[in-house]
Write a protein that binds this ligand. Structure first.
Ligand code: PLP
Length: 431
């Protein structure tokens, strides 16, 4: 009698190995067939609790009924016109983003991916200032196109062998207090970072040649690094002093993730350009950058564009997803649940020298691991992630050495799901 293969994942994984470019690394070797709320189901019907949300995308959970309904309805009405016509979902979404963005940000451009939003914002900043220079920060991640690779410094891994990379990019330190020379003095750490910008101006590029600072409000891929929030007012002061634009990359931090609609609101600073993607459309591909009319009016029509950006189906999904975030008060939930989780994990870490730091903002939470010498331990983080996977909890790592476990659960996970995930995680972190 022929053997029945009950592992339905296996055949697909073999085809994946055969037909998919191996550069595309996947974290979990399962084939997702369905997902709902906080769970992903593989082809054998196994449920995985998802604390990775497709890298901070499914903020409203997988396949939220309101997002699904909006997508289905829109797909039946209008799928694509590109820039050949205006369309109403683009206009409605632009209006909505202006309503929820901080301060006077009131002019929107829609694209497809985070990297594309970064690219568009940099082009705009260079065009309207007439200046070439961009200052980015150590540990940053901004994407995988060539320009965004050049702007990414979280790991060499993302950059090496892609040179020559686009130029006129100068890198300043980011206040990663825990691994800085001032681990117990956030103020001194911020002072030093701001001082190093003056060093760049004195030794590398004249400030009048700098178009923009590009910064993440909480570093994502770089290690879920939450800087002291006064760093941003200091940065804005420096920017304003020299006529430099402040571009804030909210691709990973936006849409309620950190306990506010946008993380920069924690700092009370208004960027000149703000970038959005990931959580914007409940799982559909879409990104945006928003600025002020007084700036965007200096960028003539046609100097930038896109075929797919602002696709009607993605815009409809975004309107629904943002509606869910507002109606279900998911930013508040992220703030409350995040604070509880951080407190619990900090207590768990007490007396465990291999846990270097528990940190986070809202439901963007990192646990950093140390080796016996107190250096970053990728080995431990990977071991914890593997143990979580064995117990059907999906978590990702991040950090300059891969030494951080990051928790990015759906903002509307239930208390029971939260408890289930944390107990798996705590067991996995017990050595
Ligand atoms: C802060 C930040 N910016 C930009 C990007 C690039 O986004 P995408 O992968 O959609 O191009 C990412 C992706 O992880 C990100 O975290």
């Amino acid at each position: 009698m022929a053997m029945v293969d009950t592992n339905k994942n296996q055949a697909y994984l073999q085809w994946d190995d055969e037909f998919v470019n191996p550069v595309l690394a996947r974290t979990a070797r399962i084939v997702a067939e369905k997902a709902k709320g906080s769970y992903i189901y593989d082809m054998n019907g196994e449920a995985y609790l998802d604390f990775s949300t497709g890298i901070a995308v499914n903020n409203v959970g997988h396949c939220h009924p309101k997002v699904v309904e909006a997508v289905q309805k829109q797909a039946a009405e209008l799928m694509h016109t590109s820039v050949v016509t205006h369309h109403k979902r683009y206009i409605e979404l632009a209006k909505k983003l202006v309503e929820i963005a901080p301060g006077g940000l009131n002019s929107v451009f829609l694209a497809n991916s985070g990297a594309e939003a970064v690219e568009g914002a940099i082009k705009m900043a260079r065009y309207i200032t007439g200046r070439p220079g961009i200052i980015n920060f150590k540990g940053s991640f901004h994407g995988r196109t060539l320009m965004t690779t050049a702007l990414t410094t979280s790991k060499l891994y993302y950059r090496e062998r892609y040179e020559p990379l686009p130029g006129s990019i100068f890198t300043a330190p980011f206040p990663y207090v825990f691994r800085s020379h001032f681990p117990n003095n956030p103020e001194a750490c911020v002072d030093e970072c701001i001082k190093q910008i003056d060093v760049l101006f004195n030794q590398f590029i004249h400030p009048e040649q700098v178009a923009a600072f590009l910064v993440e409000p909480v570093q994502g891929e770089g290690g879920y690094v939450v800087p002291p929030m006064n760093f941003f007012s200091r940065l804005k002061e420096t920017a304003d002093k020299h006529g430099i634009l402040l571009i804030v990359d909210e691709v990973q931090t936006g849409f309620g993730r950190t306990g506010k609609m946008f993380a920069i609101e924690h700092a009370g600073v208004e960027p000149d350009i703000m970038l959005m993607a990931k959580g914007i459309a409940g799982g559909m591909p879409l990104s945006a950058f928003i600025s002020r009319k007084e700036l965007t009016s200096k960028w003539p029509a046609g100097r930038h564009g896109t075929t797919f950006g602002g696709n009607p189906v993605s815009c409809a999904a975004a309107l629904a997803a943002i509606g869910v975030i507002e109606e279900e008060k998911l930013a508040d939930r992220a703030a409350k649940l995040g604070a509880q989780i951080i407190e619990r994990l900090k207590n768990f870490a007490k007396g465990k020298s291999y846990i270097g730091e528990v940190r986070g903002l809202g439901l963007m939470i990192g646990v950093e691991f140390n080796d016996a010498e107190g250096n970053p331990s990728k080995e431990l983080a990977e071991k914890v992630a593997a143990r979580c996977f064995e117990n059907k909890l999906l978590v990702l790592t991040c950090g300059n050495h891969g030494q951080v476990i990051r928790l990015i659960p759906p903002l509307n996970m239930s208390d029971k799901e939260c408890e289930e995930g944390l107990s798996i995680l705590e067991k996995a972190m017990t050595f």
